[in-house]
Design a protein around this ligand. Structure first.
Ligand SMILES: *Cc1c(COP(=O)(O)O)cnc(C)c1O
Length: 433
């Protein structure tokens, strides 16, 4: 499989180069030259396959030629070695729980797959690889844990100071060893901008072998397809495929879902469930794409004003808004609505979503109100304990803290504070490496 840059000004590359480079030299995102279509029988008989077989079959065409099948099977196995259950909340809505990985959020799958691919590729290089990543919350922890102690790989994480939850901050600042946290006194968009600038700074990239671990990296983006097909395996009413609501920020996760759909996965409709950062829902409604500054909300992992992966969705639908609208509807949910629905779902159904899942739930509920014959699922993208600061006052109860997190909370934060300014990042990197 070859990958081309969406800016069309760089040479095509294979999976290995796309993973190592992260972003194309022309600043475009890499995109596969063709979308593999799976046989109908694969989806019809999905229950016969193990989770590892499903994941391998989905990812193999994208990786073929750069990692041998046997090694890829090993990587896939380690990537999804935790449960991804579909849990009924009421008779029309289920929750696909993506938070059973080591950092209790869905980004574990992408981070684990990418770190293992990069580790595999780093074998044949003598240089140290520096993974540079911006996080709005959960990416940092997932990347930190995914790459922790991987030989030959250093990790630098930029996060917006005071804008991530305390559990998220602990997960990305306490590991030490090859993991370094930069606390930026700005927004996530500032962090993302600084990272993007580093990759196109030739003076810097000549001295340091940089790669990205953001959701723009194909090795993080592509394995997220697994969730959707594993959800289909658990969906009982195969004659009536699900509406799938995806809490979205940078639009990597939902873009992977749409990719699985283009490969033949039965899905009735997709919902882009957003908080007050409503660039995509507005675009779907009125055709006007207006990136904005990020607005801080209680579902902070979705506080993105200029979602990087949305161009991939446009490419997938050949830039035809009419076609995209047939498959995708957007909703913007306010913080007050998020809190109200979180409380309601907990009291009525004894199911406790996190704020991101609550946004997904309410967006789905709104869609289903207009589509009486449909049923659906929302992606529960994080465990509620990661956002206990928000959840506890809403339900008036303590969220039980899993043992793994209790230990993390006791560790001491180690971070370097820097200004939201590219030169501050450059200086820090040059001093360190
Ligand atoms: C990252 C994240 C999202 C948004 O996912 P995107 O792929 O950026 O759209 C939603 N919920 C949680 C908990 C996240 O960590």
């Amino acid at each position: 499989m070859k990958y081309y840059s969406l800016n069309k000004q760089s040479p095509d590359v294979d999976f290995k180069e796309a993973t190592i480079k992260g972003q194309a030299p022309d600043k475009g995102l890499y995109f596969p030259e063709s979308i593999p279509v799976q046989e109908k029988a694969f989806f019809e008989n999905i229950a016969q396959y193990s989770n590892e077989e499903i994941a391998f079959r989905l990812i193999q065409p994208y990786v073929a030629g750069t990692i041998a099948d046997a090694a890829l099977q090993g990587i896939v196995k380690e990537t999804i070695n935790f449960p991804i259950p579909l849990v009924p909340v009421n008779d029309r809505i289920s929750s696909l729980e993506l938070f059973h990985g080591p950092t209790l959020a869905f980004k574990d799958v992408g981070a684990r797959f990418m770190s293992r691919c990069l580790g595999h590729f780093a074998h044949d290089r003598s240089e140290k690889v520096v993974v540079l990543v911006a996080t709005s919350g959960d990416t940092g922890g997932a990347v930190a844990h995914g790459f922790y102690d991987v030989p030959g790989v250093e990790v630098v994480i930029l996060y917006p100071s005071g804008k991530v939850s305390s559990v998220q901050e602990k997960q990305l600042t306490t590991l030490g060893k090859n993991i370094h946290a930069l606390e930026v006194t700005g927004t996530f968009d500032d962090c993302q901008q600084m990272v993007k600038q580093a990759f196109v700074d030739e003076e810097l990239t000549k001295k340091i072998f940089l790669t990205s671990a953001n959701s723009i990296n194909v090795a993080r983006w592509l394995p997220q397809q697994f969730y959707y097909v594993l959800a289909w395996k658990q969906w009982t009413d195969k004659k009536n495929p699900p509406v799938i609501s995806v809490p979205s920020g940078n639009f990597g996760n939902i873009c992977a879902g749409l990719l699985a759909y283009c490969s033949g996965l039965p899905v009735k409709h997709f919902i882009a469930a957003c908080n007050a950062n409503a660039v995509v829902p507005s675009y779907l409604a009125n055709g006007d794409y207006q990136p904005k500054k990020a607005i801080a909300t209680i579902s902070n992992a979705m506080d993105v004003g200029n979602p990087s992966n949305f161009v991939r969705i446009l490419e997938l639908f050949h830039h035809k808004l009419g076609d995209l609208r047939k498959v995708l509807t957007g909703y913007s949910i306010s913080d007050d609505e998020t809190k109200a629905v979180l409380k309601e779902v907990y009291q009525q159904y004894k199911y406790l979503p996190d704020p991101h899942g609550a946004v997904g739930y309410l967006a789905l509920q709104r869609y289903l109100q207009q589509h009486a014959d449909d049923k659906g699922m929302f992606l529960e993208t994080a465990h509620p304990v990661k956002f206990y600061d928000v959840v506890e006052p809403v339900i008036g109860e303590a969220v039980p803290v899993p043992a793994a997190i209790q230990d993390q909370l006791k560790l001491t934060k180690q971070s370097t504070v820097i200004a939201p300014d590219y030169n501050a990042l450059k200086e820090t990197l040059l001093k360190k490496y």
